[in-house]
Each structure stands twice: as structure tokens, then as C-alpha cells.
Write a protein that binds this ligand. Structure first.
Ligand code: LMR
Length: 416
């Protein structure tokens, strides 16, 4: 490569695959193009779906004049929002006796889920110095970047069993059992694992929690799909709540995103929760104080419009009930599209087995297509998905599912 004329010591880094693909899709003029790349919810017409409940909340906020208040918040963020976000994640219902559990959790507002992952990684790198962070293989590619930037050595634990297209629970457990060291961080996807769509069942979560406790590992949950995956906020928070309630001596943390479940992708709404192992507001406050130090040095405080919307919805019984309906709409449409794709592939007698498409959970399907087949889908059919074979099911619709299935059938038969 020719020498770059700069004082910097830089060489090109690969572009982010998800957003590069999104850009390529946007400028593709082909009338039948299909975006199965970035994880965003789309309607059956392939259009973005501002949640009706969010639109109602926006109108009310405009009338109250709250949406357009552009004052600074506190460094930790919008404090009432943080209480609401924590209660949603950990299942607090304003009952007596919850104060002790709440005193274990220090929360700050972040720049969505990515920001929560990043802040958490930086915080642990500074104050816990984990020897290693264990990421699932595969995982959301940005986890690698985030922990690399935090300067923490990364290793992976097996997660996906390619031959059976299933969750490799035994591989995960035996690898962490034999190789993870005390003080290591284990990154866990709270639900709707990205990219495989395969989650541990409850019994397996219990075993993972036991292993973390026994080996003194630090669980770091990434929760990006609460309510979006199953339609139920309780179900999708089950693992986080189990760890928190049943392993009170084990510290842990949660990166919480509101991008998918509220459709607030560009608003960057999120929170980071650090759970200490004793109900001490003194310790909790020191944790928050140190998180604020990192926040102040980087972005001063999280943005306020998106979290005002979430706050408006979750402080109104009526809007909360409407939001639960919206979650049902999104999760049911995704499940219906999984079934539609599966049925088309079966009808076409596409070689291979396709049950995994209906068995996987959440936004993505790990299709099992090879990189060569993925490239052919893009070149011949203008269908965009990640080279790992991850497809965002939300990009499917009644109008394009037959086209996509027929294209998959072609590349499966002809691109080996
Ligand atoms: C995805 O995985 O496509 C989404 O979570 C969007 C992102 O930030 O990568």
C-alpha cells in the first residue's frame, strides 16, 4: 500500500459489516432488493414502524412541552428514567421490601446498548482488570470491537453446533469449566442471541449461573431485545432476573437497550446497571460516581429525547398496556415470517433441513448459508445478509418471502 501522508500511525480497518451492507442496500436501484442485514423491525411493506404507542407518547410530550426541553440532565442521566429502566429489567413492581434489592443496583444512562456495553467494558477494565473476557462464538461482531477498545484480552467459548444447527451447551460449559479463570468476564446475551437466535433454556441458564458462581466469573449481560423476542418482558428478562435474585453474592452487570423494543434506533436510549453483592447504598453510590467519571470524560451525559418517550410510556398504565400490544405485533410478525420462509423452502424441496428457521428466536436466523451462497444472493438476487449467513427475519414480508425462498433454493443447489 502507498504511504499515507499523515502524522498519524493509521492503516485502514475493515468497515463495519452490518452498516456497510445497509449502505450498499440503500443505493441499490434493483426493484426487488431485500434487506436482511441490519437488525431493524420492518412492516410487511418493508417500511420502518414507528410504534403507535411511541407516537402517542410523542404527541403528549409535545402538548406538555416536555419533548423540546433541551436542558442538561445529570451526568448519570435522567434519574426517573433510570429507575424505570431498572424496574423493567429486574422486575420491580413498587412493592414493599424491594428497596434492599434496589440498593444493590447502580444505574446510569448510556448511548443505547452499544454505549452500555462500551461503558461497562471500560469500567470493568479500569476497576476490575479482568484477565479475559469470554465471548460466545459467534457473537455480535461489535462485542469484539468494544472489548478490544477497552484493552481486555478476548477469548471465545463454543456456542453454536454447526452440524445440528443448535446451541452447543456442552461445549460452552466444558470450555468455561476448564479454561476460564477467577475474575474473568463472561458475556451473555439475555435473550434472542445475536446472531444465532439460539438461547439456553431455563435449566441451562441455572447451570450457567451455578458455574459462574462456583468459578467466580463475572456475568455481563447484553439485553437488547427485552419484550421484542417473545412478546413478554418477563420472559425475555428471565435469565437476568434469575442471576440477580438467586445469586446475590455474585456481582454482575447488564447493558440495556431500548432500540428494538421501542423502535427508537436512532435516539440511542440505554442504561448500564451494575449489581453489587450487598445492599449497600454507599458502595452503589461509589460505583455510580466512578461510572459518572467515565461518562463525563467521554460524552458528559446521555441524550434526553428518547428516554423522555420511554419514561412517558412506562409511567402511564394505559400506554404501557399499548406498548405490550406493540411488542406482540412485532414478535408475532417475526414468528409468522419464520414460518412463511420455512414453508416455502419445504414446498420447493430445497435440499437440507430448515426446521432451525422456526426453532430460532428473535430478530435473526442463522441460516447455515455459506459465504459463497450469501455473495450469490447479493449478486444475483439483490438480497442482503451477513456473510455468516445471519438473516434479519424482519426484512421478510408476504410480498418478498417467495422470492427470497426461491433465491435460497437456487444458491443451495448451485453454489457449493
Ligand atoms: C444488528 O446486529 O444488526 C443490530 O444490533 C444493529 C447493530 O448495532 O449492529
Amino acid at each position: 500500500m502507498s504511504k499515507i501522508d499523515t502524522r498519524l500511525n493509521v492503516s485502514p480497518v475493515p468497515p463495519d459489516e452490518i452498516f456497510a451492507l445497509n449502505g450498499a442496500y440503500a443505493v441499490d436501484p434493483h426493484p426487488q432488493k431485500v434487506s436482511l442485514g441490519v437488525g431493524v423491525y420492518r412492516t410487511d411493506d418493508g417500511k420502518p414502524w414507528p410504534l403507535p404507542t411511541v407516537q402517542k407518547a410523542e404527541k403528549e410530550l409535545v402538548v406538555d412541552d416536555d419533548l423540546f426541553r433541551h436542558e442538561y440532565t445529570a451526568i448519570e442521566g435522567d434519574v426517573p428514567f433510570l429507575g424505570i429502566a431498572r424496574d423493567l429489567m429486574f422486575g420491580f413492581e413498587g412493592k414493599q421490601g424491594e428497596n434492599e434489592a434496589k440498593a444493590r443496583i447502580g444505574s446510569v444512562q448510556t448511548v443505547a446498548g452499544t454505549g452500555a456495553n462500551h461503558l461497562g467494558a471500560l469500567f470493568l477494565a479500569h476497576h476490575m482488570k479482568p484477565p479475559t473476557v469470554w465471548l460466545s462464538n459467534p457473537s455480535w461482531a461489535n462485542h469484539q470491537t468494544i472489548w478490544e477498545l477497552a484493552g481486555v484480552p478476548r477469548k471465545t467459548y463454543p456456542y453454536y453446533h454447526a452440524a445440528t444447527r443448535s446451541f452447543d451447551f456442552e461445549g460452552m460449559m466444558s470450555s468455561l469449566e476448564s479454561e476460564a479463570q477467577e475474575g474473568d468476564v463472561v458475556l451473555l446475551h439475555a435473550c434472542a442471541h445475536n446472531p444465532t437466535g439460539l438461547d439456553p433454556n431455563k435449566e441451562q441458564w441455572v447451570a450457567i449461573a451455578d458455574l459462574c458462581e462456583r468459578k467466580k466469573l463475572f456475568p455481563f449481560f447484553d439485553s437488547a431485545y427485552q419484550g421484542f423476542a417473545s412478546g413478554s418482558v418477563e420472559e425475555d428478562a428471565w435469565a437476568v432476573r434469575y442471576f440477580f435474585n438467586n445469586k446475590p453474592d455474585m456481582e454482575m452487570c447488564v447493558a440495556q437497550s431500548f432500540s428494538k423494543n421501542f423502535g427508537l434506533y436512532g435516539q440511542r436510549v440505554g442504561a448500564f446497571h451494575y449489581c453489587t453483592n450487598r445492599a449497600s447504598t454507599t458502595i452503589r453510590d461509589i460505583v455510580v460516581n466512578n461510572l459518572c467519571h467515565l461518562i463525563r470524560g467521554e460524552f458528559s451525559m446521555g441524550p434526553r429525547v428518547g428516554c423522555s418517550i420511554v419514561k412517558k410510556v412506562l409511567t402511564s398504565e394505559e400506554l404501557t398496556a399499548d406498548w405490550h400490544q406493540d411488542l406482540q405485533v412485532m414478535s408475532s410478525r417475526i414468528k409468522a415470517m419464520r414460518k412463511a420462509l420455512y414453508s416455502e423452502l419445504v414446498r420447493l424441496q430445497t435440499p437440507g433441513t430448515w426446521e432451525h428457521i422456526i426453532q430460532q428466536n428473535g430478530m435473526f436466523s442463522y441460516t447455515g448459508l455459506s459465504p459463497k451462497q450469501v455473495y450469490a444472493l447479493k449478486d444475483k438476487y439483490h438480497i442482503y445478509l451477513l456473510k455468516s449467513g445471519r438473516a434479519s427475519i424482519s426484512g421478510l414480508s408476504q410480498k418478498n418471502v417467495a422470492y427470497v425462498a426461491q433465491a435460497i433454493d437456487d444458491v443451495i443447489r448451485n453454489e457449493n
